[in-house]
Design a protein. Structure first.
Length: 222
């Protein structure tokens, strides 16, 4: 039995609830990663499943895995064609003005010795689009925000939050600051829907993790 919760399973796909703090690939300095769990996630299949998309190490929630090469190819195409619907919840480190909107900016990757690879708004960058809606005002002046990205740039939601609200996601050490109330960047991949031709869509929703609940983001907030 796998240690990682499975949210959806059929013959060509798994959706898992990736724990916060677990990187998908092995870090350069070593340590645990999702690769360590792929054999257990075979679930009696011949081949190990393969992650179709990426979640940052700190981000918890829905991650799609393909169980065979043909499925991987189809799922990759669905992502490339922007057919996949993804919803995230993030806790912003302060109040948010307005109720909803769309963030559309070009992002470029830069590298520094201090922070490694980061993303910045840049006219010559690649386009990125995220729709957002305020879900709730939380204790401590925090705000729970829903994010629905159309594109999948590195750190997209994190840099969009800081650029748009002038406040980062709570605990983000790159685009904001670490916070004693949390141990990670507060971003959760809440749901995922992948349409499939001739088959029902893949749909999954990941429950809110304990650190979100501890900050007041319970069922009444979402």
């Amino acid at each position: 039995m796998t240690e990682i919760p499975i949210l959806y399973e059929d013959g060509e796909a798994l959706v898992i609830d990736k724990p916060a703090g677990l990187p998908i690939d092995r870090p350069k300095k070593g340590g645990p990663c999702l690769v360590d769990h792929l054999n257990a996630l075979r679930l009696n299949f011949r081949s190990r499943p393969v992650p179709v998309h990426r979640l940052d190490t700190d981000t918890s929630g829905c991650l799609l895995l393909a169980r065979n090469p043909k499925a991987l190819k189809r799922f990759n195409m669905a992502f490339e064609q922007k057919l996949v619907a993804k919803t995230y919840l993030g806790i912003v480190a302060g109040p948010v003005e307005g109720e909803e909107g769309t963030i559309e900016i070009a992002l470029a990757k830069i590298s520094s010795a201090e922070k490694g690879c980061t993303m910045i708004p840049a006219k010559k960058g690649k386009p990125s689009i995220t729709h957002w809606a305020k879900r709730a005002e939380l204790p401590g002046g925090l705000t729970l925000v829903e994010f629905r990205p159309e594109t999948g740039r590195t750190h997209q939601i994190r840099v969009h939050a800081e650029h748009t609200f002038s406040r980062s996601l709570l605990g983000d050490p790159v685009y904001g600051n670490k916070d004693s109330r949390v141990t990670r960047t507060m971003l959760h991949a809440l749901s995922l829907t992948v349409p499939r031709e001739g088959k029902p869509p893949i749909t999954a929703e990941a429950p809110l993790p304990a650190d979100f609940l501890a900050l007041g983001a319970g069922a009444e907030a979402v």
